[in-house]
Design a protein around this ligand. Structure first.
Ligand code: AMP
Ligand code: GLY
Length: 425
């Protein structure tokens, strides 16, 4: 197969890394890719939002399988256009991707299918939104319905703040994305990221991940796209996992098919778990970032074959075995992230860090400048990833590599995975 991966982050570097080990591939490209991806795949200067450019590229390069990383390409309908041309594509149609691209769609879908989630209302007018807020108690959860690059959720501590947010969001705080607003009940509990590979013939759960969204240790600081993650997590034991499959995942996949929007690709269900009871926080129509970096540590050698079978609506006959392994990723981010952050910081010693520890360093935001010098080029910059027989083994390798990387403009959390270590003490 000639394979093309769409995207340019750490998630896509991890996908490309895993796919590059597959014996069923003869060519591996990425659009647009990044400095790390360029070492193992041919990068093309076509952005993930340029649907026509991507389709032309796939045709010109005689691509057999396209693997779509980011939600934006899916929400613009890249999978539909590729499939129309007979190119197998891993990723949902534009209609199915509404599970992520419209929170109003996803909440109404869950209500129709009786899938447990927070009580909610959808609003385009502030009077009605404020009336609804007055029926809830603090804290208040307000969400831009559309895609807002992970920034569209506001948790307001007081009713006053929540009312102000309603007005700001409806008058364009997140552009078009917040012209429609979802207001929700606040759910207590601990979060987990649950992924399934699915098409009309399979629903295959992957190891359950836990992300660390706050910027600093002990979950302090601002919300980020994710500062690190590990899997598997015992937050979800076999009983909870069975409930998640029965009450949430199977009704989600079957419900989408029944409603005429069959889902193909990876479905990412963000969960809140309280006393063993799971409820949906949100759906995403793609791999998580940085969760993908750890999930790739568990995948079989010929992962491209699995992706191809999902994309072609084929049944995967052999069960995937993820037992006996743990994985972790530590995000190194530019100082100041997720607000204004340092740019262009030099990064050195990655190869040694990898060779001396057995960790893998995925590039999330880097570029190569002035005679080969690697530099930071984004908020989240590197994803230092390792696997081991136990979480502690994986953590030891990952943090040993983090400490060997020479990157004074970056920071990282020291406590990735510690919730799990403490849970099992
Ligand atoms: P989302 O983009 O919907 O995943 O929201 C971002 C983050 O906001 C989630 O990861 C949760 O930490 C938090 N969040 C969203 N909705 C709720 C809710 N209804 N109750 C509590 N926390 C929430
Ligand atoms: N790690 C959270 C996300 O990918 O949305």
């Amino acid at each position: 197969m000639r394979v093309l991966v769409i995207g340019s982050g750490g998630r896509e570097h991890a996908l490309v890394w895993k796919i590059s080990q597959s014996k069923s591939i003869s060519f591996l490209g990425a659009a647009p890719g990044n400095a790390g991806i360029a070492k193992i795949a041919k990068c093309f200067a076509v952005g993930a939002e340029d649907v026509d450019g991507l389709v032309k590229l796939a045709v010109a390069e005689k691509i057999d399988l396209v693997v779509v990383g980011p939600e934006v390409a899916l929400s613009l309908g890249v999978a539909d256009k590729l499939r129309e041309l007979g190119i197998a594509t891993f990723g949902p149609s534009q209609a199915a991707a509404q599970l992520e691209s419209s929170k109003a769609f996803s909440k109404d879908f869950m209500a129709r299918q009786n899938i447990p989630t927070a009580a909610y209302g959808v609003f385009t007018q502030s009077d009605a939104a404020i009336k609804f807020l007055e029926t809830l108690s603090a804290p208040y959860v307000l969400k831009a319905s559309g895609l807002a690059a992970g920034k569209g959720v506001v948790i307001a501590e007081t009713l006053e703040q929540a009312k102000e947010e309603v007005n700001e969001m409806l008058s364009g705080k997140f552009g078009d994305a917040s012209s429609e607003l979802v207001i929700e009940e606040f759910m207590q509990g601990e979060e987990a990221s649950f992924f399934v590979l699915c098409n009309s013939k399979n629903i295959i759960p992957l190891p359950v991940c836990q992300d660390h969204k706050r910027a600093f240790d002990n979950d302090e600081g601002l919300n980020t796209g994710g500062m690190g993650a590990y899997a598997p997590t015992t937050l979800v034991d076999e009983n909870v996992k069975a409930r998640i499959m029965q009450e949430i995942v199977i009704p989600s996949v079957e419900g989408m098919a029944k409603e005429g929007n069959p889902y193909n690709g990876v479905l990412y269900v963000g969960l809140m778990i309280k006393d063993g009871v799971p409820r949906v926080v949100e759906y995403n129509c793609r791999f998580g970032d940085p969760e993908c970096q750890i999930l790739m540590q568990f995948m079989p050698d010929d992962f491209a074959e699995i992706l191809g079978k999902i994309a072609r609506e084929e049944k995967i006959e052999t069960a995937l075995d993820f037992a006996g392994k743990s994985a972790v990723t530590v995000v190194m981010a530019a100082k100041g992230y997720p607000e204004n952050y340092e740019k262009n910081g030099a990064i050195n010693n990655i190869d040694n860090a990898e060779n001396e520890t057995g960790a893998f360093v995925f590039h999330a935001g880097t570029k190569i400048e002035d005679a080969g010098q690697l530099r930071a080029n984004g908020g989240r910059v590197l994803n230092v990833t390792a696997n081991g027989d136990t979480l502690q083994d994986a953590l030891d390798k990952a943090y040993a590599a983090v400490k060997k990387i020479d990157a004074p403009s970056l920071f990282y959390r020291n406590d990735i995975g510690q919730k799990e270590i403490c849970r099992n003490k």
